[in-house]
Design a protein around this ligand. Structure first.
Ligand code: PMP
Length: 299
């Protein structure tokens, strides 16, 4: 279990994280009506860097707007000040993840999304990767990815993560590290908390943004770097058997970094080792996290 900072930011204050609690009557507790993001804070000799925070803040606002939390329009400045307040109080000495959540509260709950008071919370925890870095195994999930017209995967909504919990537990019970979601059309979508890339004939292929995925910030970082480095990238629908026959497969996300996938449904991917493009993706992500136009200095 990753270690969590003992203090947290909650609704304008720095508090003990155990005291940052929501009423049992809140829509956040009753219906999972909260939106969140997780950002990497890198501890370096030159300071503490927050990776692509502007993108995280925008996605958080867009997630709230998509599900109709109309009163949760926190500005970059507001979110940044809150994070700064916590970071100064914790003064991390190692890499951390910052989980930033907007919770919907309501005195008289009901299944609605507007007119409910938002509350912002942030806590930090150790930046430990959630998948093995030396080759992870996937199982195609029997649970399909929630459709865009049910609960959009594009919005990072806490309640929607029941879908991920079901799939992840099922995969782990079967002895695999994570699940591979198909969408309702039967095409590859993503993992439970990461995006997926395939390499076939030196081309990077990833499910497009209409494949019921979360539009990952790490995914975007890899696509941008590939375009810059002259690597062909294709965002399109992906069939499961393309994954089985790929030369390489890797997962990417803030909490996954770049994780090589060496088996899917007990089929070996490529030669079962970490491929050249996967190593390239790992390297460019580490470089991007230390590149000054990609990060904000927090401490
Ligand atoms: N898909 C899902 C379902 C996720 O939960 C995450 C983690 N936020 C990702 C993809 C990767 O997104 P990001 O690169 O922004 O962390």
């Amino acid at each position: 279990m990753a270690q969590i900072s003992t203090i947290a930011y909650y609704d304008g204050h720095i508090v003990n994280h155990a005291d940052a609690s929501l009423p049992i009557t809140s829509s956040a507790v009753l219906y999972g009506m909260s939106v969140y993001t997780v950002a990497l804070l890198s501890h370096t000799p030159n300071g503490l860097y927050g990776f692509r925070l502007g993108d995280h803040f925008r996605r958080l606002r867009e997630s709230a707007a998509m599900i109709g939390m109309r009163d949760a329009d926190y500005s970059d400045e507001h979110l940044s000040n809150a994070l700064q307040l916590l970071v100064r109080a914790v003064a991390p000495t190692r890499d951390m993840f910052a989980r930033i959540t907007i919770h919907a509260t309501a005195d008289i709950p009901g299944v609605r999304t507007a007119g409910i008071t938002p509350k912002l919370s942030i806590f930090l925890y150790d930046a430990t990767a959630i998948l093995p870095m030396d080759g992870a195994s996937l199982k195609t999930s029997t649970f399909r990815r929630t459709r865009d017209d049910a609960i959009p995967a594009r919005a990072k909504v806490n309640g929607a993560y029941v879908n991920s919990c079901l799939a992840k537990q099922d995969a782990m019970d079967s002895g695999c590290d994570d699940a591979l979601f198909l969408n309702h059309d039967g095409f590859v979508s993503e993992l439970t908390a990461a995006n997926i890339f395939l390499v076939r004939d030196n081309t990077l292929i990833t499910p497009d943004t209409a494949s019921d995925i979360l539009e990952g910030i790490t995914r975007r970082t890899i696509i941008d770097a590939a375009l810059r480095d002259g690597i062909t990238v294709c965002e399109r629908r992906v069939a499961l058997t393309e994954v089985y026959t790929a030369d390489e497969v890797f997962a990417c996300g803030t909490s996954t970094f770049v994780a090589p996938i060496t088996s899917v449904d007990h089929r070996c991917i490529g030669d079962g080792t970490i491929g050249v493009q996967t190593r390239w993706a790992k390297e460019i992500l580490t470089t991007a996290q230390r590149t000054d136009n990609e990060y904000t200095t927090l401490l």
